[in-house]
Design a protein around this ligand. Structure first.
Ligand SMILES: Nc1ncnc2c1ncn2[C@@H]1O[C@H](COP(=O)(O)OP(=O)(O)O)[C@@H](O)[C@H]1O
Ligand SMILES: [Mg+2]
Length: 232
């Protein structure tokens, strides 16, 4: 059974008399444990699609089913609960809480779920990402790659079924970016997470089981690797 089903999802924004179409009749399924890359030019709708899949945003039309639940029928509170329970996120800009230490940032999603042994679990995940020696640092006292390591610990600490990553290496150089990628795939395999990754990087996309190419808000038919390279 697919863990995510997208049926005829469209997104538009009305601005005065103008209707801006962002996504247009998007359809696909993702199986449990699959790793999927979403590729496409800047402005093609990748982040909008990811936000809708993750329940952070709603489609203007169509349905999203996640883990057997019709996300599009849930109210904001129910969607927030589903996100907290089943979903992890990693963003290009890390999005750590500036006033909290690395440890406190990783404890946060566990506090939301009212779980126990929160501090021990957060420490365990900071250790997994190689940051056991930086737990009391604030985000501003950490380098970009260290901040993204904290963000990965925060995303995986709840053991989510699905991890969404939106250009997770977009603010890193090639060397530190590849450390983050290795870590994402390592944690993903260890935990059997379903991974949906937005990227510009074709080599990175090749590491995933499957690639979806977004063009002007529409999923393009499957392309061969050769064609992908000439489209990038
Ligand atoms: N809230 C919004 N209001 C108006 N336009 C938007 C809004 N959000 C996204 N867009 C537009 O939708 C298109 C897709 O955006 P986005 O999903 O961020 O693309 P990508 O992540 O592929 O770069 C862009 O042209 C963007 O300007
Ligand atoms: Mg984007």
């Amino acid at each position: 059974m697919p863990i995510i089903e997208v049926k005829h999802a469209s997104k538009w924004i009305e601005s005065g008399t103008e209707k801006i179409e962002i996504l247009n009749d998007v359809n696909f399924c993702v199986d449990q444990g699959e790793t999927v890359a979403i590729l496409g030019a800047s402005g093609s709708g990748k982040s909008t699609l990811l936000g809708i899949l993750a329940g952070l945003d709603t489609p203007s039309a169509g349905e999203i089913e996640m883990d057997g639940q019709q996300v599009t029928l849930l109210d904001e509170d129910a969607r927030a609960a589903l996100r907290a329970q089943s979903v992890g996120f990693v963003f290009q800009n890390f999005f750590l809480v500036p006033g909290l230490s690395a440890l406190e940032n990783v404890m946060l999603p566990l506090q939301v779920l009212s779980q126990e042994n929160i501090q021990d679990r957060a420490l365990e995940y900071l250790t997994k990402v190689g940051l056991a020696h930086r737990i009391h640092h604030l985000p501003s006292q950490l380098s970009g790659v260290e901040q993204q390591r904290v963000a990965l610990a925060r995303a995986f600490v709840t053991q989510p079924k699905i991890l969404f990553a939106d250009e997770p290496t977009g603010n890193l150089d090639q060397h530190t970016g590849s450390q983050i990628i290795d870590l994402i795939f390592e944690l993903n395999e260890l935990m059997g997470t379903t991974l949906i990754l937005v990227t510009h990087d074709l080599d990175l996309a090749q590491l995933c089981d499957r690639r979806l190419f977004l063009n002007n808000g529409t999923i393009a038919p499957a392309l061969l690797k050769k064609e992908l390279h000439s489209n990038a």
